[in-house]
Design a protein around this ligand. Structure first.
Ligand SMILES: [Fe+2]
Length: 221
């Protein structure tokens, strides 16, 4: 890990860090903006890896955008996450902006949704190759975090079998936040229908030139 982030980014958990970051209603409003729901932004963690199709009409500029009703139905049977969402609301944009200011890295907002707690997270215990700050927005999730793995091979990134005790084992409630450095395995188990937002950022600062940061101004007209 970069020396700069090593001291700035320990595993951490703070209760009530950001209340009201995103609600079910705000998420539904986003899903209802169909042109936003492209195949690139909507990530379906379908255990059966199905391909979904839909009818389109001539006015559509992006025929690869998911019908809102399809997303609603699929949310009952799989975990779905939405990427490229850091400007989707002013609150998400402001939070992303605060991360970029503090860590001097580009970030994104990934919205994770599990509406059915019976569904197991397909990654199970896994590590990521980016640092992550995760804010619980709705529902309850049990989060376990283990100390850094020695083997950083990305092919061995998911469904880890860890015998040790976790260094953090918490029940995240709305507003709670958790800081997970890269290569630290973690496992999220939804205890109720849940909505959370992850803000990932890379360890490497090479690409994070001043000019290439997202426009974090929020305009009013
Ligand atoms: Fe993760």
């Amino acid at each position: 890990m970069s020396d700069f982030l090593k001291c700035k980014f320990p595993v951490n958990y703070v209760k009530g860090y950001h209340p009201n970051l995103l609600s079910w209603k705000e998420l539904a409003d986003l899903i209802n903006i169909r042109p936003l729901m492209t195949e690139k932004r909507v990530k379906l963690l379908d255990p059966m890896n199905r391909k979904f199709m839909w009818h389109t009409h001539g006015w559509m500029q992006d025929k690869n955008s998911h019908p809102p009703s399809l997303i609603k139905d699929l949310l009952d049977e799989m975990v779905i996450y939405f990427i490229d969402m850091s400007r989707a609301t002013k609150k998400l944009n402001d939070f992303a902006s605060s991360i970029e200011d503090e860590y001097k890295r580009h970030t994104d907002a990934h919205i994770y949704v599990c509406r059915n707690p019976e569904i197991e997270h397909p990654f199970a215990a896994h590590f990521d190759i980016s640092h992550n700050i995760i804010v619980q927005c709705e529902g309850k999730t049990n989060f376990k975090v283990w100390k850094e793995v020695e083997d950083h091979t990305v092919e061995k990134q998911i469904r880890l079998d860890i015998k040790e005790e976790p260094i953090l084992d918490v029940i995240m409630e709305p507003g709670d936040a958790i800081w997970i450095p890269m290569y630290y395995p973690h496992h999220a188990i939804s205890l109720t229908p849940r909505l959370s937002v992850s803000f990932p950022f890379a360890d490497n600062e090479n690409a994070a030139h001043e000019e290439s940061f997202e426009d974090r101004n929020w305009i009013t007209l």
